[in-house]
Structure formats: structure tokens, C-alpha cells
Ligand binder design. Structure first.
Ligand code: TXA
Ligand code: MG
Length: 317
């Protein structure tokens, strides 16, 4: 397939307006959020949503997050709860996704939640994402802007390398600040952590005044990157490497000699922001194995280790 490359839109008022126009007419636009780049389509347009699944090559049981400009828009589509209000007040706009019961009158395409009666919603903080969402005035379904199973994109160039002409336009807003996807919390019943991410479980528990149930990896897929093999580079990934084997590409953490260092000063925020870009960069060198230093399993380290363990999981097929 020889598709033309997507149009690269500038991060200006004109760029945001053009992005909104493409979305309004049913096209797909990739845009930056504070977590990763999203592959956006009008969430109320069945054809656009189907186009997202097709562009990603995504198994259709993996539903999408709908992004909104503000809380008022969100409330038109879901049954809002007091705990949703607490979390939204504390973390929106920001890297948190809430899964709530979908309102039967919501015009969001049923394809978005792939048959579930719930909807995943979030209000992103990135100024370009917000400008596009405001200009469009309705919800945008947006998974990470990569082919299914590949590493998530934190730069416009990653999107173009993975999706090419499967997306009409890419709004180039530079690198994403958080670098791992949003935390997903289910609030249909008691609060459940469905995916660790940009906001830590401890912070959420403090806001709610109660612990969250953590979904066990072996349970049925009702959430995110719950497919075990995910975020996969072409190279094999070896975790918790405390010494390097000959020929390995070395992804370090802390003060050490290596090929790329997630954070020489052991700063987990810096490490999360670098994670996907560095996996892309090492993978592009074409080696057989990427070995990764141990990452402390605390705070953002939990989301980083979740992504790394999926990148290292046995591949299907
Ligand atoms: O940071 C993010 O969340 C990024 C940016 C673009 O916003 N988006 C993102 O989307 O990570 P995606 O599609 O790669 O991951 C969304 C996850 C899916 O794996 C899906 O399983 C889960 O959200 N999800 C969506 N709707 C759901 C629902 N109704 N119930 C449970 N999980 C849901
Ligand atoms: Mg993804």
C-alpha cells in the first residue's frame, strides 16, 4: 500500500482550526496530549471511529477513550457520580481517564466502547489538544497514535513512522511531557484501577479517601493495554538488567554507562517522558535485544514497569 504521507499541521491557531475541520468532516487527525499522541476521530461518527480501528489494526474488543474540552461536555454522555466529581476536580484537565456508565441518549458511536455499556472519558491538559477540542465542540475518540501492539508515540515523527498515510494530518506539538498514557479508573461500581499511568494510585486513593481495587492481569480484558504483549519494539526486551550482555542495546536508569539513559539522576518523571522515545530510538538501531535497567517500583515507576513488562511479554503469532 502506497499512501501519501499525512499533512504536518503547525501548532498555531490555523493548525488547530484545520485539525478541527478535518475531524468535523469525518477524517482522522493525530494530535499531542500531555501523555502521548492520540489518533483522533469524531466520536459521534461511526465511519470515523471504524476508521480509527482500521488505521491502528486494532482488535475490536479494545475500546477507545473519548476526549472532551471540558467537564460540562463529559456530563452529557455519562452517569456522573460523586467520586467522578472528586477525581475530575483534582486531576482534570490531566492524565486521568474515568470509565463510567454511558448515558443511553449519548450520540457517541457504540463502536467506541466496542459493545460495553460504559464509556471511557478524559479531559486532556495539553493546550493544543484543548484548542482542537474547543474548536470542534464535541468528543474525539483517540487511542494512542500507533499501529496496534507497537510502542506509543511521544513525537509527531513517531506517529508518521507508525501510521504513515493512514492518518490525514498530524498536529506537530513537539514532545509529550508525561510520556506514559493516562491512568484509567473504573467508577461503575467501586473504584478500580484499570491501567496505571500518569497519575499514581496513591494520589488517587488520597483524593478518594479509600483504596482502589487493582485489576489483576489474569482477569478478562475489560480495559486498556491489558493485552499482555503490547508496546512491543521489533527487538526483544530484557528487563531488570544489572549487567549487559555483548551486543545488547543498553537502556539505563541512574548513573551508568549505557546507550541511552532514561534518567541519569533517577528521576521517574524524566524517565517516563523519555521511555517510548528511547525505545523507538534503540529499536531503530536494529539490534536483537534491548536490555533495560531495573526501575524502582514506586510512583510513576509502576506505570513505567507496566509498559516495560508488556514490551517484554512473549509475542503472539
Ligand atoms: O493517555 C491516554 O490515555 C492516551 C491519549 C491519546 O489520551 N490514549 C490511550 O488510548 O492510551 P488507548 O486506546 O491506547 O488506550 C485506551 C484504553 C484501551 O486499552 C481500552 O481497553 C481502555 O482504555 N478502555 C476504553 N474504554 C473502556 C471502557 N469502556 N471500559 C474499560 N476500559 C476501556
Ligand atoms: Mg495504546
Amino acid at each position: 500500500m502506497n499512501l501519501p504521507l499525512p499533512e504536518r499541521l503547525p501548532d498555531t491557531d490555523a493548525g488547530h482550526a484545520k485539525a478541527a475541520e478535518v475531524l468535523r468532516s469525518g477524517g482522522l487527525v493525530a494530535f499531542p496530549t500531555e501523555t502521548v499522541y492520540g489518533l483522533g476521530g469524531d466520536a459521534g461518527n461511526d465511519r470515523a471511529v471504524a476508521g480509527i480501528y482500521a488505521a491502528k489494526g486494532r482488535p475490536d474488543f479494545n475500546p477507545l477513550i473519548v476526549h472532551f474540552a471540558d467537564l460540562e461536555q463529559v456530563k452529557q454522555h455519562v452517569f456522573w457520580t460523586p467520586e467522578a466529581e472528586l477525581l475530575a476536580q483534582a486531576y482534570w484537565p490531566g492524565p486521568l481517564t474515568l470509565v463510567l456508565k454511558k448515558h443511553p441518549d449519548s450520540p457517541i458511536s457504540p463502536l467506541v466502547s466496542a459493545g460495553l455499556e460504559t464509556l471511557a472519558v478524559r479531559v486532556p491538559a495539553h493546550p493544543s489538544a484543548r484548542a482542537i477540542l474547543r474548536a470542534l465542540g464535541r468528543g474525539v475518540a483517540a487511542p494512542s497514535a500507533n499501529r496496534s501492539g507497537q510502542i506509543s508515540p511521544t513525537l509527531a515523527d513517531h506517529v508518521i513512522a507508525s501510521l504513515g498515510g493512514r492518518v490525514e494530518a498530524v498536529l506537530d506539538g513537539g514532545p509529550c511531557a508525561v510520556g506514559v498514557e493516562s491512568t484509567i479508573v473504573g467508577l461503575v461500581d467501586k473504584p478500580v484501577l484499570l491501567r496505571p499511568g500518569g497519575i499514581t494510585e496513591d494520589a488517587l486513593a488520597a483524593t478518594l479517601g479509600r483504596h482502589l481495587t487493582v485489576r489483576h492481569k489474569a482477569e478478562a480484558i475489560s480495559a486498556p493495554g491489558q493485552l499482555m504483549s503490547h508496546y512491543a519494539p521489533n527487538a526483544l526486551v530484557r528487563l531488570n538488567a544489572t549487567e549487559w550482555e555483548p551486543g545488547e542495546l543498553r537502556l539505563g536508569f541512574g548513573d551508568m554507562a549505557c546507550d541511552l539513559n532514561l534518567s541519569p539522576s533517577e528521576d521517574l518523571i524524566e524517565a517516563a517522558a523519555n521511555l517510548f522515545d528511547f525505545l523507538h530510538k534503540l529499536d531503530a538501531r536494529g539490534g536483537r535485544v534491548i536490555a533495560v535497567s531495573p526501575i524502582p517500583h514506586e510512583g510513576l515507576g509502576i506505570a513505567i514497569n507496566d509498559r516495560l513488562s508488556r514490551a517484554a511479554a512473549p509475542r503472539e503469532g
